[in-house]
Each structure stands twice: as structure tokens, then as C-alpha cells.
Write a protein that binds this ligand. Structure first.
Ligand code: MV4
Length: 449
């Protein structure tokens, strides 16, 4: 039976994004919400809405029993998890499928494999993706770590297998510090993730973060939709993303993209995925794979014209992808600014009532947001309140249009990071595309003086 009603297990702009794709396919939507989100735009737009608990995400957007109950009560035949929350929870995916509800996401086994960074890396290596030199798997003893570190050369990085957001990561400059830093990494990982498994990698000093968008139909067919450059980050939070990367030639894109697509085809991967690489001196090194739709997916949509959420729904419904690799063209340039309710330079969250709101518009300007004048941004969730995605025929024109669009945005009553984006777009390094994963934090430290 074809999907007729999708429960959207998320909130904010991504819940809207999914609702829009569903409606364009003639599919009804069910919003779920916490008591803090009763007045949210995703609840207003959806065909049906179910309250799933109090404000704390653990009791609402992460409450599996309540979400499954909501799906049964509202007679949803599919669940889309969005990003964050339960999107990469293999157990949740299995529970959804056990209730005869279609899971709009990758196969649970693939979510599980990629969720553990050690098995992800081993699998990626077997599939032919280039790896950062390091331990072949988990490292259990200091002696073993010393032997491997001596082989790959210092500095090395100790990483947690269950890690995320850089937690449990330690740079080890030389052997004398290995024992101490490894035990620190292990105890941090144990308390953060309940798992003290660690592994070792050569530390790359000044890389870019470049990720490839992939898509599989679950039956051995897979494509890639090019890359996104997400090097501009602060404390593992992306600030601005662009596609294509300023440093890749189309031949390099085609080659690396094909390596990624072939790997996904070999796995029988289903749905949207992102393969993350560090890129240094023209070389790619796999670090992680995300088995979900990502915040920054619209820049890929802008340069390819492919609606990624529509494709997710199609493959979950057993249909083939609507495009072949040969049909995908990369045209022009797109940049996304994440607009957060926070102080633009201290980054302190700034929830509260939005007294006035006006979204930028005009040619090639997209604003994904659930904001409206009079809306109160709740303090319980992520501070991202809007995404501004701008397209141009060239990177230069994209940037000119982005500056124009940022100037049109009106968000009053709370602080936003729009002034940060405007300041970044005056920086020669940003204008030239000359930045690595370290650039933003160094720039902010300099501004501090
Ligand atoms: C690295 C690295 C340097 N060398 N691995 C950060 C969290 C996780 N996504 C992987 N991370 C890194 N892994 C090696 N071998 C530097 C980082 C890193 C980073 C990566 C991508 C984007 C921003 C980053 C900021 C700091 C460190």
C-alpha cells in the first residue's frame, strides 16, 4: 500500500520542509509536538496534530512510545524523523517497522553500522572509501596505541567510537602524552556515551570538511549529488555551508562522487546519506557517515534541482529514484546561512517573542523557517530559527545576492546571528573560499583581541 499519511517526528523548519514535500506528493501529514510547541508553524500547517508530551525533548520528541501511539491514533502509514532527535536511532527505526509503519530512512542495520565510528570506518574501508591512516579498529591497550602511533607518526588523534560533536577527542602531540590523553578520552567517552571504546587516527592539522550527498534505492542502485563544503564551524556547529566546494574541480567531484555512489550501491543503502571527509592537499579521508537528511541539504537541492525529501519518500515507498546519475547536472553555486536566535558574537542563546518578522525574497532566495511575527521561540530546543539559502550562477553572484538577502531579513525581539553572517561576507578569505575547519574559531579569537 502506498504512503498516504506521514507522521513527522520533528519540529521547526525541518518539520515544515517535510510537510511541504509530502503535500506536493498528495500525501497528508501528522505533526507531533510538545506542549511548548502547540503554537508552532509545523503544527498549524499539518493536516493533523498530536501532542506527545512536555517541553523536555526526552519526554516528547525522543519519547518512542508516545510517537508510536500518535502514529497509531492518527493512522499514519509512514514516519519521517527529520534530523537530530530519533533520526539515527536504529532501535526506533526497527520499532517503527515492527508496527507496520514505513520508516522514511535508511535500513536499521545501516544506521547501526554507521552509528559506531569504528564499524563505520571498517565498513567504509571495505567499500573502497579512502581512510585517515590509523588503527584498523578499536585500540584497547596503551602499548598497542603506542605501536600504532609510532607507525603513523605524531600528532595522533584519539577518538571515541560512540563520539559525536568532538566529545572524547584528544590530540596527542607526542608519545609521552599518549597514556594520559588516551585515558582521559576513554573516561570522557564513558561518561558521555556509556562506551569507552576508542580508536586512533593521524591528526590532520588544517583540513576542510567536505561531505558528499548520496542516495540509494535499497536495491543496489545509488547516486551521488555532489559535495557540500561545511568547513565554517564553531564548536562543531556549522555556521554556513556551500555547494560546490570552492576547492574541487568537476573531475575530482565526479571521481570521488562515483566512489561514494559505488560504495552505497554495494551496501544496498536506502535513502539519503552523507559521507563526511576531511580534505587536505587534494586528498580525501573518510571520517564518518550520517544516515539522515542533513540541515544543509538545500544547497544540494539548489545546484541539482533534485528534491531530496521527495526522493526519501519515494524510496521508502518502494519506488525507484526519479533521477539517474547521468541526469544530474551541477549548475551554479548555493550558500546556506544558518540563522540562530543567539548573540552574534558571544553565541549566548536568545529565546523569546519575535515582535516583527520579514523573510528575504526575490530570485533564487529560499527561506526555510517556521517563524512568524508574534511567535515565541521556546528555550528548550536548538537555537536555529531559519535557514537562508541563496543561489547564483557563479559563487561571486551568489555572495552578492546573499548579502542583499541578509539585508532584507527582519527578526526583531530576539538577537540573531545575522550580523555574524554579514561580517563573514566581508572577509577576503571567505570571499576567496580560502578557509579550513580552523578558520572561524581563529577569526573569532582575533576579534576578541
Ligand atoms: C579529525 C580532525 C583531524 N584529524 N580527524 C571533529 C568531530 C568529528 N566530526 C571529526 N572531527 C575531526 N576529526 C583527524 N584525523 C579534525 C576534526 C575536527 C573537525 C572536523 C570537521 C569539522 C570541524 C572540525 C573541528 C574540529 C576538529
Amino acid at each position: 500500500m502506498a504512503i498516504t499519511r506521514i507522521l513527522i517526528a520533528n519540529r521547526g523548519e525541518i518539520a515544515l520542509r517535510i510537510h511541504r514535500a509530502a503535500h506536493e506528493m498528495g500525501i497528508e501529514t501528522v505533526a507531533v509536538h510538545s506542549t511548548a510547541d502547540a503554537d508552532a508553524m509545523h503544527v498549524r500547517l499539518a493536516d493533523h496534530a498530536v501532542c506527545i508530551g512536555p517541553p523536555a525533548a526526552g519526554e516528547s520528541y525522543l519519547n518512542v512510545a508516545n510517537i508510536i501511539s500518535a502514529a497509531e491514533i492518527a493512522q499514519a502509514d509512514a514516519i519521517h524523523p527529520g534530523y537530530g532527535f530519533l533520526s539515527e536511532n536504529a532501535k526506533f527505526a526497527e520499532i517503527v517497522e515492527a508496527h507496520d509503519i514505513k520508516w522514511i530512512g535508511p535500513k536499521p542495520e545501516h544506521i547501526r553500522t554507521m552509528g559506531d565510528k569504528v564499524t563505520a570506518k571498517t565498513t567504509a574501508g571495505e567499500l573502497g572509501l579512502p581512510l585517515v591512516p590509523g588503527s584498523p579498529g578499536a585500540v584497547s591497550t596503551v602499548d598497542e596505541a603506542k605501536r600504532i602511533a609510532a607507525e603513523i607518526g605524531y600528532p595522533v588523534l584519539v577518538k571515541a567510537a560512540s563520539g559525536g560533536g568532538g566529545r572524547g577527542m584528544k590530540v596527542v602531540p607526542e608519545e609521552s602524552q599518549l597514556e594520559t590523553l588516551m585515558s582521559q578520552a576513554k573516561s570522557e567517552a564513558k561518561s558521555a556515551f556509556g562506551d569507552d571504546t576508542v580508536y586512533l587516527e593521524k591528526y590532520l592539522g588544517n583540513p576542510r570538511h567536505i561531505e558528499f550527498q548520496v542516495f540509494g534505492d535499497g536495491n543496489g542502485n545509488a547516486i551521488h549529488l555532489g559535495e557540500r563544503d561545511c568547513s565554517l564551524q564553531r564548536r562543531h556547529q556549522k555556521v554556513l555551508e556551500e555547494a560546490p566546494s570552492p576547492v574541487l574541480s568537476s573531475a575530482e567531484r565526479d571521481r570521488m562522487g562515483q566512489v561514494c555512489a559505488d560504495a552505497m550501491a554495494a551496501m544496498g543503502y536506502r535513502g539519503a546519506g552523507t559521507i563526511e571527509f576531511l580534505w587536505e592537499n587534494g586528498e580525501f579521508f573518510f571520517i564518518e557517515m550520517n544516515t539522515r537528511l542533513q540541515v544543509e541539504h538545500p544547497v544540494t537541492e539548489a545546484i541539482t534541482g533534485v528534491d531530496l525529501v521527495r526522493e526519501q519518500i519515494r524510496v521508502a515507498d518502494g519506488k525507484p529514484l526519479s533521477v539517474t546519475q547521468d541526469e544530474i547536472r551541477f549548475e551554479g553555486h548555493a550558500i546556506e546561512c544558518r540563522i540562530n536566535a543567539e548573540d552574534p558574537f558571544t553565541f549566548a542563546p536568545s529565546p523569546g517573542k519575535v515582535s516583527a518578522y520579514h523573510a528575504a525574497g526575490g530570485m533564487h532566495v529560499r527561506v526555510d523557517s517556521g517563524l512568524y511575527a508574534g511567535y515565541s521561540i521556546p528555550p528548550y530546543y536548538d537555537s536555529m530559527i531559519a535557514k537562508l539559502i541563496v543561489y547564483g550562477r557563479t559563487r561571486e553572484r551568489c555572495i552578492m545576492r546573499l548579502k542583499r538577502a541578509l539585508g532584507e531579513m527582519v527578526v526583531e525581539g530576539v538577537k540573531t546571528n545575522i550580523p555574524l553572517h554579514q561580517a563573514l561576507l566581508e572577509e577576503p578569505d571567505i570571499l576567496n573560499g580560502d578557509y579550513s575547519i580552523k578558520w572561524l574559531e581563529e577569526w573569532l579569537a582575533e576579534r576578541e583581541g
